[in-house]
Design a protein around this ligand. Structure first.
Ligand code: MRU
Length: 357
């Protein structure tokens, strides 16, 4: 096995932050080659950034959309009467950017509810815009602390020396900080626990190669990149003792939507008797969606498949099917790790109880 591991350690890049009255957002399409922060100052720019995967990962797109609402609310701060309808219009527009990750709708609902309270209490629009900004900042800060808790719960499932496979990027870049599935790796590093991480490259957009391998390597985590079709091979060699992934939406019955290829990894894990863990905040669990079959699956442009590596990799005009996510049925999920603890089957009951607690 070749090892091109970089030994220098540095902080994981922050995916987004409010800075100088605008949203400063790391353009993740350019990683790992270029680190460029974009300055977004309109809801439309935020919508495009989400749609084009400049920002991606369920919690991060929710946070970005929350700041998008602030930008929209600011545009209408001179009009007390139409302020609330305009804020709601911007939120509904931002909700059309991507369909699968429920954190987007969760964050927008929270911003709309806050705007409604502010409007109902007759708060002057200039103050209301500031209060919406505070709410977006709070969503971001809560995501960071939530992810740390998820990391602590997840780390309790791992032992020193274990090999752990992950798919896509559910790391600091996909969230406010730490990530969900990658959080235990950062905490393990802090505590001197050695985990050997295998990162699937995650075709077609290569979030595993461009983002997970990048952020873990930068932090000094022991990470080995593999192509997606190598996962079964490394499992058969006995190198993987657990799989952990993030998710874009968990249905009420525990079915899990995550990056395309996750389902195949779960089937492989089952075949090799390896536990398959899903890490997510409560904001990713959608009790109003009964099963995985009810989760809308985004289909993306065929170019992602036919121009995958910056050049044509398939014949012109070939039919392409490019779903961005798949559904892992709950029977393949060993446990769901949240900020409130570790949830196991039966998921219908246990997920509901989580919200009742
Ligand atoms: O298309 P993407 O890159 O937004 O997909 C991201 C994923 O599937 C992540 O695994 C998921 O959002 C969890 S992020 C903590």
């Amino acid at each position: 096995m070749s090892n091109e591991r970089q030994q220098e350690r540095s902080e994981v890049l922050q995916s987004l932050r409010w800075e100088n009255d605008a949203l400063s957002l790391l353009d993740q399409r350019l990683l790992p080659e270029e680190t460029i922060y974009l300055r977004l100052s309109t809801p439309r720019e935020v919508w495009e950034a989400i749609r084009e995967l400049k920002v991606r990962g369920a919690p991060a797109i929710g946070i970005a959309a929350a700041y998008g609402v602030v930008l929209g609310a600011r545009e209408h701060s001179g009009t007390q009467d139409s302020w609330l309808p305009e804020v709601i219009r911007h939120a509904e527009y931002l909700a059309t950017s991507r369909p699968t990750a429920v954190n987007l709708f969760w964050a927008l609902d929270r911003m709309k509810a806050k705007a409604k309270t502010l409007s109902d209490t007759g708060t002057p629009t200039s103050e209301a815009v500031q209060a919406l900004l505070d709410e977006a900042r709070l969503i971001q800060a809560e995501d960071e602390s939530t992810n740390r808790l998820i990391g602590e719960h997840a780390l309790a499932l791992f032992e020193d020396g274990m090999g752990v496979l992950t798919h896509c990027n559910a790391g600091g870049l996909a969230t406010a900080k730490y990530g969900t599935a990658l959080a235990p790796f950062y905490l393990a590093l802090e505590q001197g626990i050695h985990l050997k991480v295998f990162a699937d490259e995650t075709r077609p957009v290569l979030q595993g190669a461009r983002l997970t391998a990048f952020e873990l390597q930068q932090a000094g985590v022991d990470v080995t990149l593999i192509c997606d079709n190598m996962a079964g091979h490394v499992m058969s060699k006995g190198w993987i003792q657990a799989v952990i992934v993030g998710t874009d939406r968990v249905a009420a019955n525990g079915d899990v939507a995550n990056k395309i290829g996750t389902y195949s990894v779960a089937v492989l894990a089952k075949a090799h008797n390896i536990p398959f863990y899903v890490a997510c905040p409560l904001s990713t669990i959608d009790l109003s969606t009964p099963t995985g079959a009810d989760i809308p699956i985004e289909e993306r442009h065929s170019d992602e498949v036919t121009f995958g590596f910056g050049k044509r990799t398939a014949p012109q005009g070939v039919a392409v099917y490019n779903p961005a996510f798949d559904i892992t049925p709950n029977e393949l999920v060993t446990a769901i790790i949240t900020e409130k603890g570790i949830i196991r089957a039966p998921y219908n009951d246990n997920l509901k109880q989580l919200f009742d607690r």
